[in-house]
Design a protein around this ligand. Structure first.
Ligand code: ZN
Length: 178
């Protein structure tokens, strides 16, 4: 599909909620994979205006994710972070070394970043949660919850960090806001 065709499908008005504060209503930021099949709002029963959504390949906690979360917390008053990976992730289908070698061969130079592939979504989330909980740039009282989305059933399984059970109030918004 051409870009023109894509834009012609765009409803009007679309894509924004008017008269809402830029501060997420649920004080929540969600970090997850860029996978085109995942409706992050639908998974958690959220609506536009409720949460910041930060997405990348794999839902990895990178320095740029920390950058966005630090701004989210300090300038837009979020407090909780949900980190979600999923089954069937494309990042399970190749390795960092393979991808770096491919890029280096095709471009003549290796990337300065790691692709961030992984082999177990649960371990991937656990590692990311630990990164969030120890980042000096996030608020010390940040609430962090981790999940793995099952792409077959749509279930979200909570990931415990370091073997400890963490109570999980999944944020939901009962009513429409202004
Ligand atoms: Zn993915």
């Amino acid at each position: 599909m051409s870009l023109h065709e894509l834009l012609s499908r765009r409803p009007n008005p679309a894509g924004v909620v008017r008269n809402l504060s830029a501060e997420p209503l649920e004080r929540l930021a969600i970090v997850t994979c860029m996978d085109a099949r995942i409706d992050t709002f639908g998974v958690f029963g959220l609506r536009l205006g409720d949460a910041h959504i930060i997405r990348n390949a794999g839902g990895s906690v990178t320095s740029d994710v920390i950058r966005s979360l630090a701004i989210s917390q300090r300038k837009l008053k979020t407090h909780s972070v949900i980190l979600m990976a999923h089954t069937g992730c494309g990042m399970l289908s190749f390795t960092d070394d393979e991808f770096i070698a491919e890029l280096a061969q095709d471009t003549g130079q290796p990337p300065t970043w790691r692709p961030g592939t992984f082999t177990d979504p649960t371990q991937h989330v656990r590692h990311g949660m630990a990164q969030l909980l120890t980042s000096p740039f996030l608020s010390p009282d940040t609430t962090v919850h981790g999940f793995v989305l099952d792409m077959q059933s749509g279930a979200v399984d909570e990931v415990e960090v370091a073997g400890e059970s963490v109570p999980t109030p999944i944020p939901r918004k009962a009513n429409s806001a202004s």
